[in-house]
Design a protein around this ligand. Structure first.
Ligand SMILES: [Zn+2]
Length: 176
């Protein structure tokens, strides 16, 4: 199904002649407006404690409510990925982070408002800065540090998170 299938009318002139242009855009035959669905940037944190633990959260909202997750979210306008990561961690866990380091990216599908949002999830490793107590809030139900070798990818809700957990576990194995 076309990613812009739910958009029936041209958002500029309201025409019903709003037709598929290519695999990710629609074009208005009346006013020539073209709308592309672009990949949305999102970030996720691998918050490490010691050599063998990372912080894992539980989703408080759909999609995949109740499943495990890594903290993070969408990058806002004019934000760097690192700024987005620090902001999301503050919003979801009420802690600061330090030593942010790029790890890898995974394309993903995120179902929201009946739309399949295509995202590029950017993963960074980091550490908690300071001793503040972690407080799960916003779209996180709870959060705790877990041993990497005890993580099960099927306990995680989003496809990109399952793949990320596999990569993190392989990385931990290789360091042994
Ligand atoms: Zn139009």
């Amino acid at each position: 199904m076309h990613p812009l299938n739910i958009f029936k009318h041209c958002p500029v002139c309201g025409s019903e002649n709003f037709i598929e242009n290519d695999s990710r855009s629609k074009k208005c035959k009346d006013c020539s407006f073209v709308y592309y669905q672009n990949t949305a940037a999102s970030v996720a944190a691998i918050i490490r404690r010691g050599k063998d633990e990372i912080l894992v959260t539980r989703r408080a909202i759909n999609p995949q409510k109740g499943k495990l997750d890594l903290p993070g979210g969408f990058v806002e306008f004019d934000e760097t990925a690192e700024e987005a990561l620090a902001r999301e961690i503050k919003e979801e866990l009420n802690i600061e982070i330090k030593n942010i380091k790029y790890e890898f990216t995974i394309p993903n599908n995120y179902s929201f408002s009946d739309m399949n949002i295509r995202t590029l999830d950017m993963f960074f490793s980091c550490e908690q800065d300071g001793e503040s107590r972690i407080k799960a809030q916003d779209d996180v139900k709870d959060a705790k540090y877990m041993k990497i070798n005890e993580l099960k990818e099927d306990d995680f809700g989003l496809d990109s998170m399952k793949i990320a957990i596999r990569i993190i576990k392989n990385g931990a194995e290789m360091q042994k």
